[in-house]
Design a protein around this ligand. Structure first.
Ligand SMILES: Nc1nc2c(ncn2[C@@H]2O[C@H](COP(=O)(O)OP(=O)(O)OP(=O)(O)O)[C@@H](O)[C@H]2O)c(=O)[nH]1
Length: 627
């Protein structure tokens, strides 16, 4: 008997926008005074310049060097500042390009060790992916002037698209990297629209032109067709070999406008990221939207309304370099005795105690898409696991935490993540950075129930409740309707695989919304999926049936009514809450033909996902399930 345990995740964001593809016209603003041909890139060697590699065991590297900075940030008037993010589909070469830019401007030495310098977490290095956006300030000489370029390297995977959106809020432009062999992929489209909607200057950069199969002409045509950007605006590079990378820096100065911030205004800064250091407390990354801030100033966070004294501030090179002041238009960090990350909420505004200002618009909070229970392997490890979870969530405010407990697994937590990769990365960090062994229950999506039972409405205090733990799924007799979360998914694939992919999507209860050719052989399809259907293994199946060529991205599409059924698993006749799962009526009927019948099987046959298998192995017992 086959248990159809959980479908699965990955994907991207941004679909529903195809309708705008042909009508969009990018607003391109040009930098003032940069119309003359520029001189070749010159390496600037500053006295404070630190060379060498960056530690891999921390997201932040505090400069231990005492050279109290001779960096005079006042030397960089707003007109000579450029703030930009590097955005792209996963693996298209963002971090490699960032390395080259850091090397060319002398921020790091050109050594073999300096690969993916901005990917500082162990998990990033091992998986070869970026999960945390990183900022670096570069000094670049152009037309006889020194420019301050603040670059933010962003993650490519859909789970971390929140990092991309908040990074671009600190910028006026982006480098949109596209692999010259693979062409436009699902996250290229998603990231393009994030930048386009924020009205940033978009510079398309075709990377990996050194590859034998690179076809930059074809990719330029795709860019013209899908993004309406003339091919003349594309820059062709090889980040790996450094080919034309100097041209990228020149175009950043020429095409991306300086920030509009004014020095004469009161100090106002946007917190676009924050991390936690056990000695110094919260380190907030800020973009200064007006005025200036100095060490010793008393500042207020608009959201919390609390006042703090600035203990330290500076820029990231990419390690921290303290400075005396930060000025309008600059990007840097501030340490001000904040004890918890929530005191420096992402999207919050900082201002001077004596000069209150109107808060900046901020961001929508990150929304958890996947929930799972996390329990210590052994209850004696509960306290150390609690401390590890607390510390890790201090540095990742997008994880939601609720205490949870169960008869079988003891005390633990129900955590909410942005997606399955985010959850895997979190668990890997628990293991690697805190040596914590945990049991993780099967991931579930946040369902909703419209309650009919007056007793339950009173208990929950509302009529529509979100259920993140399947064990607490209210019985059908107590609800008017169940609702399930939906997403709009974008798939880009060579047309050889469209038939198989359409069948896969239909099997996942998806509804097709759109299908267009982006060039002679590549198709972009748009579907509305139930989130539950893509959250576990959809991406793997898509990759394997397209020999790795298809890419997928999704974005939130609200809730829709659904016929949902709770499945209980019984161990020796008693339900094990942690294995309770929710499935759609259509799927249940196919897999478990007889309602009310209790099926039995060996655990490995029954437990299709690693999560269930891990729990069954703990109990080492036969099992059965019912619905
Ligand atoms: N041949 C070739 N390979 C490249 C080039 N640029 C990057 N790569 C390789 O492509 C792979 C991915 O590069 P990354 O820089 O990690 O890509 P990324 O976009 O930062 O990846 P994520 O952060 O995970 O989204 C690595 O193996 C790089 O060595 C290039 O110009 N030519």
């Amino acid at each position: 008997m086959q248990l159809l345990l959980r479908p699965l995740v990955i994907g991207g964001s941004l679909a529903g926008r195809l309708s705008r593809v042909k009508v969009c016209r990018i607003k391109r603003r040009t930098a003032e005074g940069s119309t003359q041909p520029c001189q070749p890139c010159t390496l600037i060697r500053h006295s404070w310049m630190k060379t060498g590699s960056v530690s891999t065991d921390s997201t932040r590297q505090h400069s231990s060097s005492p050279h109290k900075d001779d960096i005079d940030m006042s030397k960089f008037p707003v007109e000579r500042i450029r703030n930009f993010s590097i955005i792209a589909h996963i693996d298209h070469g963002k971090s490699t390009l960032a390395d080259r830019l850091l090397e060319m401007t002398g921020a790091i030495a050109k050594t073999e060790r300096n690969k993916q310098v901005l990917d500082k977490l162990q998990v990033e290095r091992e998986r070869g992916i970026t999960v945390k956006a990183q900022t670096a300030s570069l000094f670049y000489q152009h037309d006889g002037e020194t420019y301050l370029l603040n670059l933010i390297d962003t993650p490519g995977h859909v789970d971390f698209s929140y990092e991309v959106s908040r990074s671009i809020s600190a910028c006026q432009g982006v480098l949109l990297i596209v692999d010259a062999n693979q062409g436009i992929q699902a996250q290229t489209v998603a990231n393009f629209y994030l930048a386009f909607e924020a009205q940033l200057t978009i510079i398309p950069v075709l990377n990996k032109i050194d590859l034998k199969n690179a076809d930059p002409d074809r990719v330029e045509k795709q860019i013209e067709k899908i993004f309406d950007i003339p091919k003349e605006e594309c820059i062709r590079i090889s980040a790996k070999l450094g080919t034309n990378v100097d041209q990228v820096l020149q175009e950043v100065v020429k095409r991306i406008p300086p920030p509009t911030a004014k020095l004469e205004e009161p100090f106002k800064a946007l917190v676009f990221d924050s991390t936690f250091d056990h000695y110094r407390g919260v380190i907030a990354n800020i973009a200064v939207f007006g005025g200036q801030v100095c060490k010793g100033d008393r500042i207020v966070s608009a959201h919390m309304g609390k006042t703090y004294e600035v203990n330290e501030l500076g820029i990231l090179r990419p390690d921290e370099r303290p400075t005396e002041k930060l000025y309008a238009g600059q990007v840097g960090y501030v340490v001000a005795g904040m004890k918890e990350v929530k005191e420096a909420q992402i999207g919050d505004t900082l201002y001077l105690h004596k000069q209150p200002v109107e808060a900046l618009p901020g961001f929508k909070p990150a929304k958890s898409m996947v929930f799972a229970g996390i329990y210590p392997m052994d209850q004696s490890e509960y306290t150390s696991l609690r401390s590890a979870v607390e510390k890790l969530t201090l540095n990742d405010s997008s994880v939601t935490v609720q205490r949870d407990s169960s008869l079988a697994l003891g005390a633990g937590w129900r955590l909410g993540f942005l997606g399955l990769l985010h959850m895997e990365v979190f668990n890997q960090r628990l293991d690697q950075e805190y040596n914590a062994s945990v049991i993780v229950t099967a991931p579930t999506v946040p369902y909703k129930a419209v309650l009919s039972s007056a007793k339950l409405i009173k208990e929950y205090g509302e009529e529509v409740v979100t259920i993140v733990n399947p064990a607490q799924f209210p019985d059908k007799s107590q609800v008017v309707q169940y609702l399930e979360p939906m997403v709009t998914g974008t798939i880009i694939t060579p047309d050889d695989f469209t038939g198989k992919i359409i069948s896969l999507c239909l099997g996942r209860r998806a509804i097709q919304k759109n299908m267009v050719y982006i060039d002679d052989h590549r198709v972009m399809m748009k579907y509305v999926f139930p989130l539950n259907e893509i959250v576990v293994d959809f991406y793997d199946q898509l990759k394997s049936m397209s020999s790795g060529y298809a890419s997928f991205d999704y974005e939130d599409a609200g809730y829709e009514p659904a016929e949902l059924i709770k499945i209980d698993f019984l161990l020796n006749g008693r339900p094990v809450e942690e294995l309770t799962t929710i499935s759609h009526g259509k799927k249940i009927n196919k897999s478990y033909p007889k309602k009310g019948f209790i099926y039995s099987s060996s655990c490995l046959q029954l437990c299709k996902t690693g999560y269930e298998r891990q729990i069954w192995q703990k109990f080492k017992s036969d099992n059965c399930f019912r619905y």
